[in-house]
Design a protein around this ligand. Structure first.
Ligand SMILES: [Zn+2]
Length: 86
């Protein structure tokens, strides 16, 4: 595989084909790259910009993916605030 392997036809690439491209070019490791404990669940976007850059994605387990997305901390924060207001 060459370094300049560009199969993009334009910027209007759907997220689905982008995801398929990234999965194809990003070899899935045996374990989550972050915690190294669980098998990876999905390719997570690092920058949050969904760039067409393989280096902007990493294989994470479900928990690490949620943490990196900020979903887990948001949930905790949300519950904490609700408890305070009561
Ligand atoms: Zn993990």
């Amino acid at each position: 595989m060459g370094a300049n392997n560009r199969m993009w036809k334009g910027d209007n690439v759907s997220y689905r084909s982008l995801h398929e491209y990234l999965v194809f070019h990003n070899n899935k490791p045996a374990l989550c790259v972050k915690c190294q404990k669980k098998p990876p669940y999905d390719l997570a976007n690092i920058s949050g910009l969904y760039k067409r850059d393989i280096n902007d994605y990493q294989w994470l387990c479900r928990r690490c993916h949620m943490i990196s997305d900020g979903r887990l901390s948001n949930l905790v924060e949300h519950n904490r605030l609700r408890r305070c207001s009561n």
